[in-house]
Design a protein around this ligand. Structure first.
Ligand SMILES: NC(=O)c1ccc[n+]([C@@H]2O[C@H](COP(=O)([O-])OP(=O)(O)OC[C@H]3O[C@@H](n4cnc5c(N)ncnc54)[C@H](O)[C@@H]3O)[C@@H](O)[C@H]2O)c1
Length: 275
């Protein structure tokens, strides 16, 4: 049922084909926002789990449209600035300039044995850090010109606040570095954009039930070190949180509820970063 809390808003969401990005899209659409959704819908060779497909992105469209929502969805890689800008322009031609931006696309290529750690490192930084910079630096000038404020949320990670579980591998160190890196982007962008009433925050999930972490290679990586299960566990009695737990935090940040909240690193982590 549509409730209208975000009626008249346009939300630009990266990595929207499945997982957290899809859930954010569906919830925002259910509350009235028009959605511009992008996803790579393809594989990055160094990522050991299956990434999203065009069918996944179509399913996001189906779910939004089933609610009577509006969505423009297309394939775009956040690493490719020109393609990303083209996708955003197509979306804006339909719905106008976004007031909400969710820089959510990311990869986490943890595996027990890495064939090429440097390639994993470079690919992770390119998506999780450069991709976020591309996303926000493309859309923010248009939000400024629109002149009516807005809200941007970057999906970092608990690993954006701590380095627990580091093992020197390309994946673990790049993931942690990239997720800390987006905190720097958030602080820089929030300082720049606050006078324009555009707020920028990061959300820091602990493990979330999605295909990014629920796969055989991740299980092998956890099993490879007998201490790791304990190291990576949450103090609160929950193994992983649900996508809806992250969506609730995102909706708080982008809604009227968060209207004077900017420059904040918000953990949704069952105590992981404070243990
Ligand atoms: N699942 C977790 O445990 C967890 C924990 C903390 C943070 N996160 C972060 O949450 C965000 C969402 O991840 P998720 O859990 O929904 O996993 P997911 O793999 O289901 O979703 C990520 C989406 O991003 C897309 N994507 C990846 N690289 C892309 C690129 N270069 N260009 C465009 N799209 C791309 C994928 O195709 C996928 O649809 C990510 O930034 C991730 O790092 C996840």
């Amino acid at each position: 049922m549509r409730t209208g809390r975000f009626e008249g808003h346009v939300a630009f969401i990266t990595g929207a084909a499945r997982g957290q990005g899809r859930n954010h899209a569906v919830r925002l659409a259910a509350e009235g926002a028009s959605i511009i959704a992008v996803d790579i819908c393809g594989q990055i060779a160094s990522v050991p789990y299956e990434m999203a497909s065009e069918d996944d992105l179509r399913e996001t469209v189906n779910l939004v449209e089933a609610l009577g929502g509006k969505i423009y969805a297309t394939v775009a890689d956040v690493r490719d600035r020109a393609v990303l800008e083209g996708a955003l322009n197509e979306g804006m031609a339909r719905f106008g300039v976004p007031s909400i931006v969710l820089a959510n696309a990311g990869i986490s290529p943890q595996r027990a044995t890495e064939p090429d750690p440097q390639q994993v490192f470079l690919d992770t930084i390119a998506t999780n850090l450069v991709g976020v910079w591309n996303t926000i630096s493309i859309v923010a000038p248009m939000m400024i010109s629109r002149g009516d404020g807005g809200a941007i949320v970057i999906t970092s990670s608990a690993q954006g606040l701590i380095g627990r579980g580091g093992d020197g591998s390309g994946a673990a160190s790049a993931y942690t570095a990239s997720k800390h890196g987006v905190v720097g982007l958030m602080r820089s962008f929030s300082a720049w954009l606050a006078p324009h009433s555009i707020r920028v925050n990061t959300v820091h999930p602990t493990g979330v039930h999605t295909a990014m972490v629920e796969h055989a290679e991740m299980m092998e990586w956890v099993a490879a070190d007998p201490e790791r299960g304990t190291t990576m566990s949450n103090p609160m009695p929950v193994g992983m949180v649900d996508v809806s737990d992250i969506t609730e935090a995102v909706l708080y940040l982008v809604g009227e509820s968060g209207r004077y909240v900017t420059g904040v690193t918000l953990p949704v982590d069952a105590g992981f970063t404070s243990k």
